[in-house]
Design a binder for this molecule. Sequence first.
Ligand code: B3K
Ligand code: ZN
Length: 852
Amino acid sequence: PNVTRREDYREPDWRVPEIALDFDLDPAATRVRTTLWVERNGTHDRPLRLDGDGLTALNVKVDGAEATGWHMDGPNLVVPLAGSAHTIETEVEIAPERNTQLQGLYASSGMLCTQCEAEGFRRITFFPDRPDVLSRYKVKLTADKTRFPVLLANGDPIAQGDLEGGRHWAEWHDPFLKPSYLFALVAGDLVANRGSFTTMSGRDVQLGIWVRAPDLAKTDHALAALKLSMAWDEKVYGREYDLDVFNIVAVDDFNFGAMENKGLNVFNSRYILADPDTATDYDYDAIAAVVAHEYFHNWSGNRVTCRDWFQLSLKEGFTVFRDQSFSADQGSAAVKRIEDVRGLRASQFPEDSGPLAHPVRPDEYIEISNFYTATIYNKGAEVIRMMATILGPDKFRAATDLYFDRFDGTAATCEDFVQCMEQAGGMDLTQFRRWYSQAGTPRVSATLAQEGGRARLSLRQLVPPTPGQPVKEPMVLPLKLKLFGGFTGRPMCDEQLILLKEDAQELVFENLSETPVLSINRGFSAPIVIETNRTAKDLAFLSAHDDDPFARYEAMQQLMLDTLVTSVTNGSADHQPVIDAVRNTLTDSALDRAFVAEAVLLPSDSFIGDQMALVEPEAIFRAREALRQDLGTALEGEWRAAYEGSLANRFEYSPSAKGARRLKTVSLGYIAASGAADADELAFEQFSRADNMTDRQGGLTTLVNGASPLREEALEEFYKRYQGNGLVLDKWFQAQALSAREDTAEMVERLSAHRDFTLSNPNRARSLIGAFSVNQRAFHHVSGRGYRFVADQLIALDKLNPQTAAKLIPPLGRWKRFDAGRAAKMRSELERIVASPGLSKDMFEQASKSLD
Ligand code: B3K
Ligand code: ZN
């Protein structure tokens, strides 16, 4: 397969300032007539080359006359042109109902919709399908009026009318220049939850959240989140919305979360639909975050887009940073930071230390869809966050203003962004740029040594080798740090921001009146792994006294991790320091309940595994269970008190009610771990009496991990109650795939034959296959049956939907970290995948790289 390289970038040969699209929509046969106004870019004699994917040209005209000189070059259409500006007309026919890849124009639950990023537009019509070709779009849609009463596209609605034969049409114009990946249309039998927003300059915007009629009652939360996002972007970044309408459509079959098409966002329905009975607090939060993310793309992505796909993090990293800041402003910033760091460690750190590691700005790809990764998104967001930290809020805002003003209406690069940071920040970021080019998570060792009234802090950094990058240069690491008196608990200095730039650096603190305890990388100021010489006592101290809530959480996590790693290595460990620290936090009534719930949670099996040279899934599971049991037993009274204190009466979506619910289910889990006789009844009661999905799911998952007869009863009741609701059934599959039981692998195999299981819906596929493959104990069952099962499923899924299949490869690629027996089994499944006939390039790239 072809490799695309960043260094090969060249400007497009032809520009397309305008395009008109005329769709005659039908699920079985849609006609697309396209008119392109093209202009030669510079002086050259190259023909016009239009990307296509699976298209047959029925008709090609140049300047109004039937053209003859064109030819196909593989999937692409090549048209020789003599002059410097021409009009090109093409016509193709496509079959949305047969499109199982969900890229291009496809059918989902009776509607027609599109997904073009990254290279889906070429499955709709012939076009130079690259993000630096910016055009003004006019779109006409014609369809059967009964089946498709609503016809939407980008931009503003211009006109509509009826036709004979029960058909109708609508025309939409988008006045803003945009790349083809932002094109969208939707046709369906939809209703809207409508709202309006007046922008800071007084423009009235009509908002619509479009769904099928029965779902209308579940759209208020998304609409409210949209309005909050619009106001937030004005206040925090000075960015206002620019069209008369903003529409969002929810679809059931979608390859990822949502898509920021100009003026017409298309969403996976799981990130729109919510009511207390069917959505958890986690779902509510995720809906608000994704609505905000897609809305923020209107500036970071649409008004300023990417020059080429290597610059993807320019829009994604920045927009994730923006949505994280938005969410932090809606509730507890500390809890939001903890959640984001937990997510980074669960997905990006493993990626960065495995065979698919790549820089935030990659150098090459086979299939760009494979690069919508945690590195591009989440590490990319951390890179922006570090620049914001280094510049400070005022200069950072000046820098983003400069960026938006300078590059509005253009396709920009990561380098352009950094230059704005440098100019407005008045600083040199030459070395900082390594964050864009070097892959791998930097590791820092921080050693504090005391000599009388002085303390010396020695810092060392190491960036590990990654595929294709054996040798690394030192990075710029912004580290927030502070010292606390180990005796009085008082801060011994103000928080400092230091920039670690060398391989090794030393800091000296003078005139210390007591033994200092080091608090470092506060707020997770740099996305790194940090190793310190702090004792269990130091960590317990910080978990109780640090004045940065994130650092308190971190200290507790480190204490838990150290204990668990010792336990895995030596077969046992002293649990008392963890028990004491957890008791302290749990009984500190000054703390936010959501924070407490996060802080007392043990690190996941896989995160413990990530700390070890050789991952031993069963030993890790046993060590974690033993600690959970001891915590449950030793603090049973405290867990029960926390449980009862969190029994909120009626559902309410507020930070404090959410915190109470979170702590409630965490406490329930510990009560169950203690082996208390009434634990199952307690869980079942929570499950069956709940007036909201958070509590119900909490009760269910607690039971699903255990062996009580109530387990089957709860699963059955849940299934019956929500049989008709796909999004909730996903939770039912997922709870079982994530179960801590010994027989999970077997159960998941059985579930794959369940009548409600299907690979053609990405959410459903992920809820079983995706969830199972991150269940470390179950997936790595020593028999290898987990590997075989996942490989079988992925080979089958690849035939329908390569993009979604390829995303599920990484857990198999972790083989180097396991014992020889498991590693050989994982490899042989990867080999089987690579050898399967008709393999997509998506899967080929991920699976073959995973073998290296
Ligand atoms: N930009 C889209 C992601 C497209 C993924 C294409 N494989 C959604 C987002 O990041 O907002
Ligand atoms: Zn995005």
